[in-house]
Design a protein around this ligand. Sequence first.
Ligand code: SAM
Length: 218
Amino acid sequence: MAPAVEQDFKGVRRRLVETLQQNGIRDLAVLHAIDETPRHLFVPTGVRHRAYEDSALPIGNSQTISQPSIHARYLELLKLTGNEKVLEIGTGSGYQTALLAKLAAQVFSIERIPALLDKAREIIAQIGLRNISFLMGDGTLGWRQYAPYDAILVGAGAPEVPLTYKEQLAEGGRLLIPIGDKEEQTLFMCTRRGDELEHEEIAPVRFVPLLGKYSWSS
Ligand code: SAM
């Protein structure tokens, strides 16, 4: 992209960061990651001019990239320090994956739609992030090979918490997951304490359904 065009996006991106700050996002590392990440590259060219609005946008295959304020809130809740191993379910555009890569040590991300995963991989390579591993498949199974995870983020709504996530969380690890029906859910933050998961209700949310063996059938 021509430097002048990137320059234009820098201004609107900074305004988005200021809006997020005014709306209560305090975590400077999260705000910095958003300020540094070119969201416009992760959305289709037809909606690129809207990349720095605080809106969800279509990314193809009937899926969406979430609103920046949702990403910011999700990431702020996790209180990442930079040393964590994180599992993300639902790569989608790869934008949140890129933010996570700047806030944690290692990111493992699973997507079930090959076309989305290929595109996300391509942009992540283009912007030079190297601490991310991708898997194409059913994210309700988790990714046992690299477990346990300090945090698991689920970007799609499930009827209940798949047991696999509890099993693959480290002791004290945090799971963010929307639970509810296919249209509306409540975002829960779950913390692993021994064999139990402590649940904290965060906010009402609307995500696309999590489809797979341990969630909604596709
Ligand atoms: N956070 C993403 C971003 O920044 O673009 C948006 C995620 S989008 C709201 C939800 C994604 O979850 C979709 O891409 C969808 O294909 C994916 N998904 C749904 N069920 C899945 C599953 N079982 N395994 C992996 N991905 C799944």
